[in-house]
Design a protein around this ligand. Structure first.
Ligand SMILES: NC(=O)C1=CN([C@@H]2O[C@H](COP(=O)(O)OP(=O)(O)OC[C@H]3O[C@@H](n4cnc5c(N)ncnc54)[C@H](OP(=O)(O)O)[C@@H]3O)[C@@H](O)[C@H]2O)C=CC1
Ligand SMILES: CC(C)CCC[C@@H](C)[C@H]1CC[C@H]2C3=CC=C4C[C@@H](O)CC[C@]4(C)[C@H]3CC[C@]12C
Length: 467
């Protein structure tokens, strides 16, 4: 059976999910317009308007209201939401030599090593326009050099009576500056994608300015040869996260001495991040890179949302140290490490099966495979493997469960007194559930009946037998 007849005449590629997805909807015209209005204007506008304030409020709640959302809400009631936000910004001086020096200093460091460090040439999947993105796989080296550089800097500064812990003390200023910078940077990316795109996978989406700013106008922008998304996601967001975790641990050590909860969360977060960098080339095949354009969502997200939210547990523990005791600390550590391992093995399994073209064993057996055909925009037909056994036979996104459990384990070190440290876990559950729908919409459009076949074989989306 050829691909046309198998897909019943629906030839699609999943990369244009937002644009093409609506064409397949058979809702009434009114419904279609309302959905369009919500997805392309109201939601992006709300996110662009609110999320810069939200990231500042995580920090503010932690340092001003002792990590208590209830106190923040009480303040909202007495002083109004706007009054609280204005007061927060008024307390900060975000444009000064410290913020500019730290942020541009780090940019210079990251860009230098990104260019200079060696790495195997790897390729991303072919784009809808038929481009094949190329990367230098030097993420892990970059991570090691940066962490080593941080250790050396900490020692050198100590001899001069200085300390990187000042980043904790002045984090509000840094985040405020980063917010303004990232909002401007995303605007420049918007202009670049229209006027000087790096590849043909670019241009306005037709959804209007707000949506284009939010979603981006280019899939793979490069500036002076530097891949923007690799920089924002990996060399900035994912690298600043472990740096902050270490800085917060140092700050906690300075104030309280050794605290086991801080130790456990630091080890778990650093293990997860190290795992990410060993697999960075695999990340180049995920929807963040192949589907999401370089706009507000991904770029501002990795420049501001990630550094503010992802290390939130470590930030909170600086002022809320908790002594767990050896048995509890060890149990949390072991369960957490086990979760990273499962998540890693699941990601690796689909990658290995595809690399071996299905000619391998999965959990000691011949894998259950679907050789799914799909068509790219120029009409060429390609084939890809969908694994329907192993971790990928338990549910279609089983690997999200250990991802969520891990974040729970590194958070439970804070105890159950406040909700704030659980913000990341809560957001992650929402993000991954939404992501599973987005990804399945993309896969369904890309693979058509082959995806339906997978869904028939593996009936549950995330939680086996339940959901
Ligand atoms: N902490 C955080 O904020 C987040 C962490 N993550 C983590 O990042 C990692 C990657 O995320 P993920 O959402 O998986 O990203 P991906 O984009 O890699 O996952 C989905 C893609 O995998 C391919 N795929 C789907 N099912 C199968 C299958 N059965 N066999 C083979 N390939 C398949 C499809 O791509 P194709 O087009 O190639 O077929 C699909 O689009 C995970 O470990 C996840 O937990 C993810 C999101 C947020
Ligand atoms: C605009 C904001 C409300 C939302 C911004 C979200 C982004 C910052 C995040 C969306 C998806 C996230 C990630 C996906 C997959 C990842 C692999 C994992 O192993 C490490 C984390 C991450 C890179 C993660 C980073 C943040 C997002 C890009």
């Amino acid at each position: 059976m050829d691909i046309e007849s198998k897909e019943n005449g629906v030839i699609s590629n999943g990369f244009h999910g937002y644009k093409e997805g609506y064409k397949t909807l058979e809702n009434s015209e009114m419904n279609r317009r309302l959905t369009n209005l919500f997805n392309k204007l109201i939601l992006p506008l709300a996110l662009v308007g609110l999320t810069p304030q939200i990231v500042m409020l995580y920090w503010y709640t932690n340092v001003k209201f002792a990590g208590s959302y209830s106190t923040l809400i009480a303040h909202f009631r007495s002083d109004s939401v706007l009054g609280t936000i204005v007061a927060m910004w008024n307390e900060l001086s975000i444009f000064n030599t410290f913020t500019v020096g730290v942020i541009f200093g780090y940019f210079a460091w990251a860009l230098f090593w990104m260019v200079v460090l060696p790495g195997k040439e790897v390729h991303g999947p072919v784009t809808p326009k038929g481009n094949v993105p190329q990367y230098k796989d030097n993420g892990f080296l970059h991570y090691c050099v940066t962490m080593a550089g941080f250790a050396i800097l900490t020692i050198v500064l100590k001899y001069n009576g200085l300390t990187p812990k000042v980043v904790y003390d002045r984090f509000g200023e840094l985040l405020g500056f980063m917010n303004v910078f990232a909002l401007c940077f995303v605007f420049l990316l918007y202009i670049k994608g229209i006027t000087r795109p790096s590849t043909s996978d670019s241009g306005k989406t037709g959804g209007g300015f707000v949506f284009d700013y939010y979603w981006g106008t280019e899939l793979y922008p490069r500036i002076c040869g530097i891949d923007v998304k690799v920089f924002t996601n990996c060399r900035f967001g994912m690298t600043v996260w472990p740096l902050l975790v270490c800085i917060y641990a140092l700050k906690s050590y300075e104030i309280h001495g050794f605290v086991d909860s801080m130790f456990v969360t630091t080890i778990l977060q650093l293990t997860y991040i190290t795992k990410f960098f060993t697999w960075e080339a695999g990340y180049m095949h995920t929807i963040d890179i192949i589907l999401d354009r370089a706009g507000y969502y991904i770029c501002w997200g990795c420049l501001c949302w990630l550094p503010s939210l992802y290390p939130i547990v470590s930030h909170y523990l600086v002022t809320h140290p908790l002594r767990l005791g050896t048995p509890l600390a060890t149990s949390i550590l072991v369960f957490g490490l086990f979760s990273v391992l499962i998540n890693y093995l699941a990601d690796l399994q689909r990658q290995d099966v595809r690399k071996a073209n299905g000619d391998c064993l999965v959990w000691g057996r011949k894998p259950d495979l679907i050789r799914a055909k799909y068509r790219i925009e120029c009409g060429e037909v390609r084939e890809s493997i969908l694994l329907a056994s192993g971790w990928w036979g338990l549910s279609r996104h089983f690997h999200y469960i250990p991802e969520i459990l891990l974040s729970f384990f590194w958070t439970v070190t804070t105890g159950f007194e406040y909700v704030l440290p659980y913000t990341y876990v809560i957001v992650l559950v929402i993000l991954l559930t939404h992501r599973s729908f987005r990804d399945e919409q993309k896969c369904s459009m890309k693979y058509g009946v082959y995806w339906q076949e997978y869904c028939t074989k593996v009936r549950h989306r995330i939680i086996p037998f339940l959901f």
